[in-house]
Ligand binder design. Structure first.
Ligand code: HEC
Ligand code: HEC
Ligand code: HEC
Ligand code: HEC
Length: 353
């Protein structure tokens, strides 16, 4: 064998080694649609293993007794969780600490000299978060089913969840600006480094801009949506795919992106998810803007907000579909109003009595 032949062989073997090294072990694929529709999810087993590790649940404390005086009667300033027994209340406080502020401890939200005081913004935010969690679990079952969410779903042991978003700063259109990039063309991480619009959240997960852009009639003149609008839809769809760790065919049969009939049921779940994220941002996070200190606000002064990634973090079901809620029924729905407390709070009712 002459030298150049040998070199060629070495090169060929080398490139085979290089190519096969790209995906090791080779990916697994799971077909979940009709044959020929290309509805296949491709998984890298190693990445899947890492995802399984990242989604292990923390151990839940054993259930506490519901006997004994309630937290509402025992403590001074319990506005939401007053129906719990003192034992249940303390179990929840310890659990919340491990989910949200394990390094900081109780003092992340409390002045240790006066647990009743609302002087730390973190406590005020946390109270609203308890209500938000109860609202998700009680009123968004079409999305979260019986699996539900707890603080851990988003926080994972940190005060600020890893995946949050802010409104993008508007492009600075000074005299020397290079060109109006119309909210796109910057290879943003939010859209997988595509040149798609980099903030799909403000229009769709805060506003309710139309996501459906396909024509519904044969004649093009019937559809007033532009290609530019379709780019915004694609940027939201890219965020959804990235957040869930799936490709487009997890929710769509690409024969027709519009048709609900041919699309997998996950698309309907996602439809509710879009409305849910919007609801949480509008009713819970934006109204907390004045409560957050300025260092927690975005470049335009807005509150931190949720998107699909805040809960999902790369899994098509957050925490791989395991439920923590079953061990914390107090977070499943808002407490029934305590009739005794209502009478106490209403001066007119008291007078009549
Ligand atoms: C992430 C924030 C947060 C952490 C951490 C936290 N708490 Fe709380 N705590 C709250 C909130 C919110 C309330 C009020 C609940 C309500 O209004 O229903 C509260 C109320 C209390 C009260 C009632 C005080 C009163 O008189 O009104 C006690 C006692 C308490 N917490 C103890 C603890 C202990 C002990 C720890 C640590 C193991 C702890 N908390 C950690 C948020 C927190
Ligand atoms: C759907 C996701 C989600 C859930 C569920 C959730 N949170 Fe949050 N939480 C957020 C977001 C988003 C923020 C804003 C992040 C920031 O403060 O910068 C936040 C902020 C907070 C903060 C303020 C932290 C800081 O340092 O600014 C506290 C405290 C908190 N949450 C407590 C809780 C508690 C307690 C629960 C459960 C009862 C809970 N959260 C459930 C999304 C969530
Ligand atoms: C997690 C589920 C999910 C994934 C993944 C997903 N989509 Fe969607 N898609 C939806 C839902 C839900 C709607 C309808 C939204 C609405 O009506 O509010 C939609 C709508 C669309 C539309 C508009 C259809 C119309 O009627 O005009 C297009 C186009 C689209 N998706 C493309 C994509 C592409 C491309 C991808 C991959 C990058 C993708 N989708 C990934 C759920 C998904
Ligand atoms: C508050 C947390 C939370 C947010 C925010 C959230 N999800 Fe979910 N999502 C869940 C939970 C919990 C489940 C699991 C429900 C179950 O067990 O069936 C789920 C399930 C799903 C599923 C069904 C997966 C399957 O295989 O059946 C889809 C699709 C989905 N979410 C899409 C989205 C999209 C798209 C967004 C953003 C627009 C979003 N989710 C935002 C909590 C959330």
């Amino acid at each position: 064998m002459n030298y150049s032949k040998l070199l060629l062989r070495v090169l060929a073997l080398g490139s085979i080694a290089l190519l096969s090294a790209c995906e090791r072990p080779s990916p697994t694929s799971v077909q979940h649609g009709y044959r020929g529709t290309g509805m296949v999810q491709v998984f890298n087993d190693r990445a899947l293993e890492q995802r399984t590790l990242a989604n292990e649940l923390p151990i839940a404390l054993p259930a506490a007794s519901s006997e004994g005086p309630t937290a509402g009667k025992t403590y001074q300033n319990v506005q939401v969780l007053g129906n719990l027994s003192v034992a249940q209340f303390n179990r929840l406080m310890v659990s919340i600490t491990s989910w949200v502020a394990p390094e900081q401890g109780c003092t992340y939200c409390h002045n240790p000299a006066n647990f009743a005081a609302d002087e730390k913004y973190t406590k005020v935010v946390a109270r609203r978060m308890v209500q938000m969690t109860q609202h998700v679990n009680a009123d968004w079952k079409p999305h979260v089913a019986e699996t539900g969410v707890t603080c851990y779903t988003c926080h994972r042991g940190q005060p600020v969840p890893e995946k949050i978003w802010f409104k993008e700063e508007p492009q600075n259109l000074r005299a020397d600006f290079i060109g109006d990039r119309a909210g796109q063309n910057i290879a943003a991480a939010s859209v997988g480094s595509a040149s798609l619009p980099s903030d799909p959240f403000t229009p769709y997960l805060l506003g309710s801009l139309d996501i459906r852009v396909n024509g519904t009639k044969a004649l093009p003149g019937e559809n007033r949506h532009s290609i530019k609008q379709a780019e915004w839809t694609y940027s939201l769809m890219t965020h959804m795919s990235l957040s869930l760790g799936v490709n487009c065919t997890y929710c769509h049969n690409t024969q027709s992106f519009s048709s609900w009939n041919n699309n997998p049921p996950q698309r309907a779940t996602a439809w509710h998810g879009i409305r849910m994220a919007r609801d949480l941002n509008l009713d819970y996070l934006e109204p907390l803007t004045a409560t957050f200190p300025t260092e927690r606000l975005g470049p335009t002064g807005d509150a931190p907000k949720v998107n699909c990634a805040t809960c999902h973090q790369g899994a098509y079901k957050p925490l791989n579909g395991q439920s923590m809620l079953k061990d914390f029924p107090e977070l499943a729905k808002p407490a029934e109003a305590d009739p005794a407390k209502l009478v106490e709070d209403q001066p007119s009712a008291k007078k009549k009595g």
